[in-house]
Design a protein. Sequence first.
Length: 426
Amino acid sequence: MTEPADQDAPAPPAIERPASHQDAVELFGPRFQDTPAEVYRELRNTYGPVAPVLLPGDVPAWLVIGYRELLRVTENTKVYGRGSARWKLWPQIPPDWSLRPMVEDNGSLLYREGDDHRRRAGAVGSALEAVDLNQIQDATQSFAQDLIEKLSEGSRADLIPDYAHPLPVLALSRVLGLSDAEGVALVKAINDMVDGGPDALRAQIEVRGTMERLVARKRRGPGPDTTSRMLADPAGLTDQEVVEDLMVLTLAGHQPCTDWIGMTLWLLLTDHDYAADMGGGRRSVRQAMHQVLRDHTPVQIFAGRFTTQDTVLGATRIPAGDLVLLGLAGANTDPYIRPHAAGAEGHNAYMSYSHGEHRCPYAGQWIAEVVAHTAVETLLEHLPDVELAVPADELRWRPSPWLRGLTSLPVTYTPAHSYTGGFGWD
């Protein structure tokens, strides 16, 4: 694990941009935030499947946007290692760098390799596989109904903070063994952490504190939850290992699912042809969800991998010790797998869950899909006339280099209590 940054240490030397990155594109700012697909297309046309890019702070990295190249990176852990201590730029990275929480080794399974990673990932996978998906569906539906009931006090709401944000973390709280109140309190901290803003480091401390208290509580009194199963796993995880891996589960389980819900609702509210097809029974919510994964995947970039030696990828030479970013969104639109975008709707060749031994556990994928699907279907059932309250081009996207999602989705509707639906509300 990388040592915590010393806030009182002298400022590191300014990062000197390498020759390979003199004309690199910035992965931040309004243009990347609003139209990332255009940026990926231009990068592909200029550099091919591997492009030099800059992260906030003028930090150089390599973005892999080729589908085949991304498979190669995620499968070859000997050349593209997960341990971030290999990054040669650490001496030049400021202690308060906003993206530090998402790149620095925090002791979690994300940065483990070999047998150690398999031990940790096995314990997490086994704990998640024991989750009852029917119970999660029922819990999500109950939480969704409670949120919709609050929305029904008026006829206008913002579906991101009022619905999509709290719902996944409430469901996740049941999975982990957190109270509903603890889950709600985590929402803002998680958002601050993944957005990489000025509050990211504070948010990381807050999330860790919640997990430390949860592990201590479950060590004293185990229950039928994922945390207790991780603590009891034959792998013999320490309390600290469980804390760090719970942070990974919380971040990976909440925010991408929030954005998946929000983006699916956005698709249905802005693509009137798609909505009409759903109304006619020609398409389904599940199809809309998978179109979002293909075209607007919530995790658009994942950081990352670190080269263990000089290597060549997609005709691009990458020195040892460099940061390689997994461009999941860019790979999903690679012409190699989507030569004709209009005819690619049914394909399932997308990298939204990554690939290789560090991919999202299958059980985690199943839980996320149950939560997102239940959230969207429940809202549409209770608010069937929901409409966008502002022009689509006025919607704003979250300022994160990692995640693709809306900051706001204002809508109008007829309050749910005016309907008599399958849940007996009248």
